[in-house]
Design a protein around this ligand. Structure first.
Ligand code: ADP
Ligand code: MG
Length: 348
């Protein structure tokens, strides 16, 4: 394993920001740390960067403990959310900063800066100042600066979240291109599940200072282990065992053993089929249809409450139509109901 974080714990006074967190990053891997605001993502990134100290656990790079190595000796590249370029330096000086500290010659530095500007697709801005660039351009320069010194690890803390949607999507592609071109092992923090799904080889999903699930984007989307992950990773219809028993008994075949209130069935909107049922066999009514360009999202009233269904192409029915629902048993994922347990355990 390239980077290993083992049982990392971090407290602020009585508050535990990270509770025995373990993660792994392989050589060349793009890993996204995903979770809601305040779950401890930045705290973990700063520990790895060496910007704050562990209260417990270890961080190992290629098997060697990093704990006593100060941030500047770790050889990591870091990009933060807000544009952290030096405002009084030109783009070239910003990118060359780390190289200059290392005593790189002027000519070599100029060559490298030009190469990096080419890589982030801004070949003509070397002599500009950060204030003369757009937010998206500044983040490209921050990325170029971070990779200038051939970092052993690239750490990105929500580098896209201050940008508008179009620039964000564009820059997402650029980050992936740069990471793939150079093969730098990368850990990127985000609270945007779509961003994580699009970029990551592996997603580490966190909540309340713990890792709740780690795996490929497909794992997390198609095989969430808990209700929290199912809800965080896109739209899901969650049904109690009782609801499934009443409305879709065939799905019980895949249900794990255990008490009813410990698991819920997760059905993704694209896994539910709608069949118009004029003959009175209908079990549901279409309440609303939203056209979303590449797909249609339908809200359907069923015997067990409202369900969200998504279809590509033409809608199979219209608002007000009576329909039956078809769900293949393998389309249903049973997940642990961690939210119910949390609510039961909270003192309020
Ligand atoms: P995220 O990056 O996932 O949004 P953070 O890692 O920044 O979350 O913070 C996790 C939790 O730790 C939050 O509840 C935050 O308020 C708390 N926290 C972070 N830094 C400090 C600090 N220096 N002192 C006290 N609490 C902090
Ligand atoms: Mg953060």
């Amino acid at each position: 394993m390239y980077l290993t974080v083992r049982n990392a714990t971090k407290t602020y006074g009585p508050f535990t920001a990270l509770d025995s967190v373990s993660i792994e990053i392989e050589q060349g891997e793009f890993v996204c740390l995903l979770g809601p605001s305040g779950c401890g993502k930045t705290t973990l990134l700063r520990l790895i960067a060496g910007l704050s100290r562990l209260d417990g656990g270890d961080i190992l790079l290629e098997g060697a403990a990093l704990s006593d190595l100060p941030a500047r000796k770790r050889g990591f590249g870091i990009v933060f959310q807000s544009y952290s370029l030096f405002p009084n330096m030109t783009v070239a000086e910003n990118i060359g900063y780390g190289l200059k500290i290392r005593g790189t010659s002027r000519s070599e530095m100029a060559r490298r800066v030009a190469e990096l500007l080419e890589l982030v697709k801004l070949p003509d801005v070397a002599d500009k100042y950060p204030g003369q660039l757009s937010g998206g351009q500044q983040q490209r320069i921050a990325l170029a600066r971070a990779i200038a010194v051939d970092p052993r690890l690239l750490l990105l803390d929500e580098p896209l979240s201050a940008l508008d949607a179009k620039v964000r999507a564009e820059l997402r592609g650029e980050i992936l291109h740069v990471q793939r071109t150079l093969g730098i092992p990368t850990l990127m923090v985000t609270h945007d599940q779509e961003e994580a799904l699009a970029l990551a080889d592996k997603i580490i999903c966190m909540n309340h200072g713990v890792v709740v699930q780690a795996g490929t984007p497909e794992d997390l989307y198609q095989r969430p282990k808990t209700r929290f992950v199912a809800e965080f990773m896109g739209i899901s219809n969650l049904l109690s065992t009782d609801a499934v028993r009443r409305a879709f008994p065939a799905l019980l075949a895949t249900r794990p053993e255990g008490p009813d209130d410990r698991v819920v069935a997760c059905l993704r909107p694209e896994q539910i089929g709608l069949i118009p049922a004029p003959d009175g066999s209908a079990t549901a009514t279409v309440r609303g249809i939203s056209f979303l360009g590449n797909l249609r999202r339908l809200e359907v009233d069923s015997a067990v409450g409202p369900l969200i269904v998504e279809t590509h192409g033409a809608a199979p029915c219209r608002e007000g139509d009576r329909v039956t629902l078809s769900i293949a048993p393998e389309a249903c994922t049973w997940v642990a109901d961690d939210m119910a347990r949390q609510m039961a355990e909270s003192p309020a």
